[in-house]
Design a protein around this ligand. Structure first.
Ligand SMILES: NC(=O)c1ccc[n+]([C@@H]2O[C@H](COP(=O)([O-])OP(=O)(O)OC[C@H]3O[C@@H](n4cnc5c(N)ncnc54)[C@H](OP(=O)(O)O)[C@@H]3O)[C@@H](O)[C@H]2O)c1
Length: 345
């Protein structure tokens, strides 16, 4: 079966990555696109050879009835797309990160998730990079023993690449249950109104202690370490290291390293090559889920909501300089409160 796939929001750069991955996707074809800007719609349609073009995504849902749709809109235009897709009977959505921005939209999406029929996954495709899969499997198979410490980072803020770093913690250690979250935040330039609506402090550092004694350390933004020494681009420094009782695994955008019971191995890879394969495998996993309710996508909406809840508690901990748990009340107006606090620094 060939699944009929669509993209919403093709005026920005990201949609090209989604379209490109279809060269590696075997069970689906890019059949329809929607974006409000007519000139951008036609330019994208010409480039990727897609004839079914719409300036209104609701009309695309109605007329094309796609099986799976990639949603590339800004974070404040995600819930309305999910609701419209659910009402139109669309099978699955893959929504770009970040899922949400603060408590109000988190609670609204959580409420939607409790009732929705549409299957939703979040586009954290790194989970499906071939190298990440190899390393994740090593950890899952117990090769490094019991997980004790996870160290994840990205030099872009939490709303940009930070969500990839946060998701990677659960990607390597899905059984971790946060018992305490203690964080520091600084810098307000990423909290100022912008076209992309990607609000986050410029630097975030969090220590997340799990109930089984393992811990995760998260650094996102300009406080994070460099992966490529001397490379000042902010977007090339995502990494994660997972330490266990018998060794560790370390992944960066450009290489990998394992040390297991005294035996060290390492190598390199090219992030764009890994990324397109990850994007394709993530999409194929959504087809698996469409075919079988039992094959729930690992990047499903409930998992993303848990990560987003952790992030909101990270922000609250940084703001109030106290440890938080997942049981405390969520603070409304968090981005405004952070902006006010951090602008005065
Ligand atoms: N997973 C990854 O590795 C990765 C990499 C890069 C980016 N991203 C994420 O991908 C997303 C898109 O990135 P981008 O750079 O392409 O962003 P962008 O340039 O801001 O594009 C946003 C898109 O949304 C559409 N849009 C905006 N408002 C809308 C509305 N009210 N209704 C319908 N459509 C609307 C815009 O097209 P029109 O104005 O034509 O409607 C545009 O195509 C972001 O969330 C970004 O964080 C993810």
């Amino acid at each position: 079966m060939t699944y009929k796939c669509g993209i919403i929001g093709v005026s920005g750069g990201r949609a090209n990555g989604h379209a490109d991955a279809y060269a590696h996707i075997h069970r689906g074809a890019l059949a329809c696109i929607a974006t409000r800007n007519r000139a951008n719609l036609d330019a994208f349609g010409e480039r990727w050879n897609v004839d079914a073009r719409y300036t209104d995504y609701r009309e695309m849902f109605e007329r094309e009835k796609p099986d799976l749709v990639h949603v590339n809109t800004p974070p404040d235009v995600r819930l309305e797309v999910m609701q419209a897709a659910d009402a139109a009977g669309i099978g699955a959505l893959i929504i770009e990160k970040p899922l949400a921005i603060q408590a109000e939209d988190y609670l609204a999406i959580r409420d939607f998730a409790s009732r929705a029929k549409v299957k939703v996954a979040i586009n954290h495709q790194l989970q499906f990079h071939p190298r990440r899969q190899q390393l994740q499997n090593l950890v899952a198979d117990g090769a490094i023993g019991a997980v004790r410490l996870i160290d994840a980072s990205a030099r872009m803020n939490m709303a940009y690449q930070g969500t990839h770093a946060l998701q990677s913690i659960a990607g390597f250690y899905p059984q971790g249950r946060p018992a305490s979250i203690f964080a520091q935040v600084s810098g307000a330039s990423g909290l100022i109104q912008g076209r992309k609506q990607h609000f986050a402090p410029d630097a975030t550092m969090a220590a997340i202690r799990c109930s089984d004694g393992a811990s995760a350390f998260l650094r996102c933004g300009l406080n994070a370490p460099y992966v490529l020494a001397g490379d000042e681009r902010t977007n090339v420094h995502k990494r994660i290291a997972v330490y266990g009782t018998d060794g560790y695994v370390h992944w960066t955008m450009w290489g990998w390293e394992t040390s297991i019971r005294g035996r060290r191995e390492h190598g390199s890879h090219n992030y764009p090559d890994e990324d397109i394969l990850g994007q394709a495998a993530m999409t194929e996993a959504a087809f698996d889920w469409l075919e079988d309710d039992g094959k729930c996508h690992p990047l499903n909406l409930d998992a993303a909501l848990l990560d987003f809840h952790i992030l909101l508690k990270v922000y609250m901990s940084g703001l109030h300089r106290r440890a938080e748990t997942l049981t405390s009340e969520l603070q409304p107006g968090l981005i405004g409160a952070l902006r006010q606090e951090l602008e005065d620094e």
